[in-house]
Design a protein around this ligand. Structure first.
Ligand code: SF4
Length: 236
């Protein structure tokens, strides 16, 4: 969910209530990025061994993609969605209206619910899902990006990002359509922005796609995405 303050900001109400809950620089996206790259909150709190925030993008982009958290490949390359899940995501996004991976990275600001690699699961079976406390520590950075970028289109990727933007909803019930920030399905051309188009997480760890009915939902989501990309970024 977009925080109440940010929703008021999008609807043109008082800016004083729109500040993120912890101080982050809101002068410019570039100053926010500088400060975010220096952030060590989760390492200081003992959640991760070393902070290394990974995100990409710049002012002027109209589309914001919010994943769960970087993995080890993204951590090593300092590049969002650089690993196997990223390759799958790029294939989906090409089906959703982008020319190729370069076009995706040119036109989409990429960040995550937590922007540092959370480490492996204790049992070694994949990457650890960030906990609520880590998500809360990182939320002001995402709030700041939303306030400064003011994206027309937001792509929550996977269930953790879905909980932020469409709280209480399940992937099964929302994948395949576009929504207002209040969770109302959009039919036809949107009347305002931002518009949400949720997608499942492309990671092989996710079992969500092991079902033909869900693959059909993904097909619908990518058709919806194609329409919304053309609306949000027609000159792209
Ligand atoms: S995950 Fe976010 S809040 Fe935590 S250290 Fe990294 S940038 Fe800071």
């Amino acid at each position: 969910m977009i925080s109440p303050g940010l929703r008021r900001r999008y609807s043109g109400e008082s800016e004083s209530v729109c500040m993120p809950t912890q101080a982050v620089p809101l002068r410019s996206l570039r100053s926010l990025q500088r400060a975010q790259r220096a952030c060590t909150r989760c390492a200081d709190a003992g959640f991760i061994a070393r902070a290394h925030p990974v995100f990409s993008g710049h002012a002027g982009q109209h589309i914001l993609l919010v994943g769960q958290a970087p993995g080890p490949v993204e951590h090593d390359q300092s590049r969002p969605f650089a690993g196997r899940a990223g390759r799958q995501l790029m294939r989906w996004l090409v089906r959703g209206g982008f020319r190729d991976e370069d076009d995706v990275r040119d036109r989409i600001y990429m960040t995550a619910m937590t922007t540092c690699f959370p480490g492996r699961r204790p049992d070694g079976a994949g990457d650890r899902r960030p906990g609520a406390a880590e998500v809360a520590l990182c939320a002001p950075w995402l709030d700041g990006v939303l306030a400064l970028l003011r994206p027309r289109l937001i792509l929550p990727i996977g269930s953790l990002a879905l909980e932020r933007f469409l709280p209480g909803q399940r992937l099964d019930s929302v994948i395949g359509a576009a929504y207002t920030v209040n969770g109302v399905p959009i039919h036809g051309a949107p009347h305002g922005s931002p518009v949400l188009v949720p997608l499942p997480h492309p990671s092989g760890q996710s079992r969500w796609l092991n079902d033909p009915a869900r693959l059909a939902l993904l097909d619908r989501a990518l058709l919806t995405l194609r329409e919304m990309v053309a609306w949000a970024d027609p000159g792209g």
